[in-house]
Ligand binder design. Sequence first.
Ligand SMILES: Nc1ncnc2c1ncn2[C@@H]1O[C@H](COP(=O)(O)OP(=O)(O)OP(=O)(O)O)[C@@H](O)[C@H]1O
Ligand SMILES: [Mg+2]
Length: 619
Amino acid sequence: MSAQDEEIVGKAYDGRLMRRLLGYVRPYRAAVVLATLAAVLHSAAAVAGPFLNQVLIDRYLAPTHRPGAAGFLAARLPQNPYRGITLIAALYILALVLGFALDFTQTYIMQWVGQHSMFDLRRDLFQHLQRLEIAFFDRNPVGRMVTRVTNDVQVLNDMIASALVAFFDDSFVLVFIVAILFHYDWRLALLTLSVLPLIAFAAFYFRRAVRDSYRRMRAALAHINAFLQEHVSGISVVQVFNREAQAQEEFRSINRAHRNAWIDAVVAHAIYYPVVDILSNLAVAGILWWGGTSVLQGRLTAGVVVAFILYAQRFFRPIQDLSEKYNLMQSAMASSERIFKLLDTPVALASPAHPAAVSDRPGRIEFDRVWFAYKGEDWVLQDVSFSIEPGATAAVVGHTGAGKTTLISLLLRFYDVQRGAIRLDGRDLRAFDLQQLRRRFGVVLQDPYLFSGPIAHNIRLGESSISDEAILHASRSVNLHEFIEELPQGYDTVLRERGNELSTGQKQLVNFARALAPQPPYLILDEATSSVDTETELRIRAALNHLVKNRTSIIIAHRLSTIQRADQILVMHKGRLREQGTHQQLLRLRGIYWRLYQLQYKDQELASDSVPAPSLSSP
Ligand SMILES: Nc1ncnc2c1ncn2[C@@H]1O[C@H](COP(=O)(O)OP(=O)(O)OP(=O)(O)O)[C@@H](O)[C@H]1O
Ligand SMILES: [Mg+2]
């Protein structure tokens, strides 16, 4: 699916992306300032421990005459060593508790900020997705959208919550420690830091190894998502055609790619962390040797050497994590690039700035020399012209793939025409507000679609102006009411995803009721009764005479019996409008419609075996 997009590995920092990202954090900047403050204080509390150790040793355990680095604190401590030690232990606990409280504050605030910013980002993404034209969804698989709104946003949240402010925290700890070390003894400080180049070297190789594994992991995950989605949705086809073994085999290979990428990352981690540990312990060994010698020679106190050792152990941990943070930044930049690319996808099909009002009375529909292609110049409609008078009913017939549904998609402005124009009451469709335009049409599309939730909800679709009576009326008119009444909870019966517990015919009837409930001035039926039984169809057909009254209607049907009473019949053939007229006029033409009619008529004749079927080859 989205292999190319998923493979983006960008820079770890991209100013343009970062600024846009921070735009989502901006509303919560007060919280970020608070968290940063907490982070700074936390880093101060975090470096207090070794310092207290040093004071304790040099003041009470192995007192020296050298004033030491902490002279100002030592001078204020009580003479009595027992009281002094107790006091230092109390300070130690105080630093711990403070550190914990500040850490909690920082973590909580930043997670809060992360979740709030990502809430806003997801809201914008979904809003934008809903505005994008159908053609966009023709091009982009579902899995890609799902990945954007879920995984990619999650990566950004991780960055905001655990990298943005934690970065300050780590940096402050490092700065504090380096400052204190140099303050104690610059030679020993240099010795401690001398392993840094080696660590940088290790980090560089680690990052390279891990980055590649992470990229492969993301690509494999995207594959797994897409594969699962397709195969779970199509599970019945998989089972009917006994495709389980092949599917299993295909899944095994993408699953394996994912596993191997993870294992590679784990190997890199498993090498990197111990290597850094060894290097930092080398530094500790250096401190022991040089520091020990210096203590013997009276140049350093025992407390300072202990403090160095404790600091060395705290110093390398944030450095170790820095590589992980770097990777996180890199994934976050790649994710935000994908997200903003989606957010920046222009809405090709929008309402004009000053839309004309669509009348709520049935108007005239006019196709004027319409040319349309889904892709490039593969014309699906060629030079199609016709008009339907206000309140009239037009039927569209033609072979599969002739372009019937396409006519409807254009009329609802799911796509714009390439040449020619479609007009409503003499005005180009592009002059109207999209939502208002579509609201005027009651539409039953070819493949019925239901949402999870109560049936009444599915008919009303959140339109509060539709009364319960209107829903009842609409359901009665299409023979749906009796069926719903038999359900345990009636109109409140909750449907599962896609309304899967209903038969296709039942779903079609719910769609029918949904189209009629708002009492629209235009009615469009695309094979609306193809899946219902003959009796229901006959009832709908009887109702149809009433339903199309005072509506401009377009009815697409393969069963010609449904549409003989239409005011005009449009015969589509290979993207062209080849014949048009009433049933009788078209029969007299003896063209495509006549042949279609003969075919269906012949079937009926064969079934009832009465009047001999007319020969197809006769002119
Ligand atoms: N989203 C799309 N992208 C590209 N081509 C499409 C798309 N939808 C339809 N087509 C093509 O346009 C042509 C007309 O399709 P359309 O759905 O309008 O046919 P139809 O007359 O409604 O057929 P049917 O009777 O089977 O419903 C077909 O050749 C089809 O392959
Ligand atoms: Mg169709």
